[in-house]
Design a protein around this ligand. Sequence first.
Ligand code: CCH
Length: 286
Amino acid sequence: MSKVGDYEAVKADIASLLHQPEYDDGSAGPVLVRLAWHSAGTYDHATDTGGSNGAGMRYEAEGGDPANAGLQHARVFLEPVKEKHPWVTYADLWTLAGVVAVKEMGGPQISWKGGRTDYVDDSKLPPRGRLPDAAQGADHIRWIFYRMGFSDQEIVALSGAHNLGRCHSDRSGFEGAWVNNPTRFSNTYFKLMLTRNWKEKTLANGIRQFVYYDEDAGEELMMLPTDLALLSDPSFRYWVEIYAKDREVFFADFARAFDKLMELGIQRDASGKVVNTDNIKGGYLS
Ligand code: CCH
């Protein structure tokens, strides 16, 4: 058991569990990044409800949302860290795991602060339907991310997380990875989006995605309809082109936007201490 508040010890233990030779592409990193994002991506600015505080995915109402299918793998990977550092809240552990995974996979350093609580009134969890539907287009993406308070630039930067990991037919119904090295954080996703000839394909389960056969990978790479919406919408495309050209600009913008995502709904005083921990119930009420 580490000293209460020793987040460096927690970070080291997260880093050491990322290597998982038997799982997916050999890393727990991508699914941990997705866990962090889905824990925070329920936030609604207008009502100040949802967000990473409270770790609501521990409950069926949120954890059982079909949008969260597969994220139990990420939570199971993290369980030994929680057992070793029982003082850390799940809400902090899940967000920190995303930050550590991005860095360990070659991505930017993202600033992160602890202090989230696990207290949540089960009956006041955010409603389902707040996470994006990959079968839709630019209007839907804007509706989802504007609700959280993000700009078009931040939406494109955050979408760059699809450099990591893959789609699983038994989770989302989509299938395949976006890039041929899906455990290395980079701007390849934007480059491939712009330069490859993406062809529509209907999978055996009836789901529609876009693919091209990558000689180096020896497999089909894919894009979701929402990914390619970033190309067809001029305001999104402007940022896709910048991030495809300039990896450093993408890294800096991604780090800022991911930090903002993890902090949604969390109020801190000047010293960084969370001030609305006992307010969570109220936060979910309206
Ligand atoms: Fe995503 N994402 N995501 N995504 N996502 C999926 C997988 C990952 C959408 C849909 C999907 C973000 C935005 C969006 C990751 C990070 C982020 C999958 C496949 C779908 C579908 C799930 C499966 O089958 O396992 C849509 C739609 C949007 C926005 O419109 C944002 C923002 C982030 C993070 C900043 C990561 C990482 C994965 C890979 C997970 C894995 O298990 O490999």
